[in-house]
Design a protein around this ligand. Structure first.
Ligand code: FAD
Ligand code: UDP
Length: 378
């Protein structure tokens, strides 16, 4: 009765890797995707010679050689290194927080001077056990950096006061006492030459894919179509919110083409004040390392550029759930869904939304490969 071995819901990185490996091993897969395009949030589209990251800047980075080798079989990567710049009321600072940032903020030259300055500010704040993000940030980097580079950005990003946010969010922000603007502490980093969509196209080359096809709109027809379902959408929605709703943060992207060669001189500029309504502007051509030097470049992209402003917005059922909000309340709720999932032997949840985890791409690949091992497919 079942026509397929696997019905895969979602063509993001998780669903596409699963479909690729399972098909290679002779499993019959059907992949459905509610959007008009494959790739999920890593989808890129070539517009007038520039690969546009349609769902926000995506920089691949990992310390795991197995994962780096895995993704490199689908594409060559350039040597782009993420070095975002922060704009606080027209003062520009290098990120992540490093000696260039400290020099610009305080005029300090040596790491020892910078360390002392941060210690001084921490001591003044008199925080013993940080209880929230504000206290955690101040005890990590002092008050000046918190006020100029963290507070406004974080409150816009999460829609809550820093004093009401959990500590863990800020743990992602690296602090360094060396002159190094490389954002990621990773051995391997880059952007696929030609964009991410080519990778997904290769993965799905031999897979039956139905676009504009939402699982929830066709649930009845789909229930018996496959022996197992691999679901990469929101787990709470799959179970019709039976234990309650998980919370997410959404985004609005505003993309425009401008008739200028070089708009901002960097791929990513963060706006860290509270008043600017967007968190960052990305200029897509600068992701293509070596192609855009800001003065001379290939004819195709010489006279124009494409930028995207990223606005964090409140999530509701009508918006895309981009970020899980992993606070204690939501994590406890997720545990209930996960326990339910473990009882249902014909469904596998995967990816950022299926497992309600703030996963980067490398972690999603790792998780997909582990799932395939559990299924004894690889
Ligand atoms: P997704 O890409 O979300 O794919 C899920 C797919 O399922 C979507 O295409 C969706 O349309 C589809 N779907 C959902 N419900 C249904 C349904 N009912 N029916 C049919 N289809 C459905 N990671 C990095 O490593 N580096 C970065 O620089 C980075 N930057 C990021 C920036 C932003 C703004 C965001 C939001 C994420 C970023 N990430 C980054 C994380 C990265 O996007 C994810 O790790 C990865 O894309 C997750 O893949 P996925 O397959 O789990 O989910
Ligand atoms: N952050 C900040 N200022 C910045 C950039 C980031 O305070 O200029 C904080 C913010 O709280 C954010 C977290 O660091 O939510 C992680 O940011 P990052 O850009 O590393 O993660 P992403 O949003 O890309 O997942």
């Amino acid at each position: 009765m079942e026509k397929y071995d696997y019905l895969i819901v979602g063509s993001g990185l998780f669903g596409s890797i699963f479909a690729y490996e399972a098909t290679k091993k002779g499993k019959k897969c059907l992949l459905i995707e509610k959007r008009n395009n494959i790739g999920g949030n890593i989808y890129t589209e070539k517009i007038h010679g520039i690969n546009v990251h349609k769902y926000g800047a995506h920089i691949f980075h990992t310390n795991n050689k197995e994962i780096w080798d895995y993704i490199n079989q689908f594409s060559e990567f350039n040597r782009y290194t993420n070095s975002p710049v922060a704009n606080y009321k027209n003062e520009l600072y290098n990120l992540p927080f490093n000696m260039n940032t400290f020099n610009r903020l305080w005029g300090v030259i040596t790491p020892e001077e910078a360390r002392r300055k941060i210690e001084e500010e921490k001591a003044e704040a008199r925080i013993k056990e940080p209880k929230n993000l504000e206290e955690q940030a101040i005890s990590l980097v002092g008050t000046t950096i918190y006020e100029k580079l963290i507070k406004g950005y974080t409150e816009k990003q999460w829609g809550k006061k820093c004093s009401e946010l959990p500590n863990f969010i800020i743990k992602r922000l690296p602090v360094r006492l060396i002159y190094d603007n490389n954002y990621f502490n990773c051995k391997y980093q880059g952007i696929p030459i030609g964009g991410y969509t080519c990778i997904i196209e290769k993965m799905l080359k031999d897979v039956e894919v139905w676009l504009n096809y939402d699982y929830f709109e066709h649930k009845k027809e789909l229930e018996k179509i496959a022996k197992k379902i691999v679901f990469t959408g929101p787990i709470d929605k799959y179970y019709d919110y039976r234990f309650g709703k998980l919370e997410y943060r959404s985004l609005k992207f505003e993309t425009e083409e401008i008739n200028i060669n070089n708009y901002q001189g960097n791929a990513v500029i963060n706006y860290t004040d509270f008043e600017t309504p967007y968190t960052r502007i990305i200029e897509h051509k600068h992701f293509e390392y070596g192609k855009s030097l800001g003065n001379e470049e290939n004819e195709e992209t010489q006279n124009h550029t494409i930028i995207t402003k990223e606005y964090p917005i409140t999530w509701d059922d009508t918006k895309e759930p981009y970020y899980p909000i992993n606070n204690e309340k939501n994590n406890n709720l997720y545990i209930k869904y996960n326990q339910q999932a473990k009882k249902d032997s014909n469904i596998i949840f995967g990816g950022r939304l299926g497992t309600y985890k703030y996963y980067d791409m490398d972690k999603v690949i790792e998780e997909a490969l582990n799932t395939l091992r559990n299924e004894k497919i690889i």
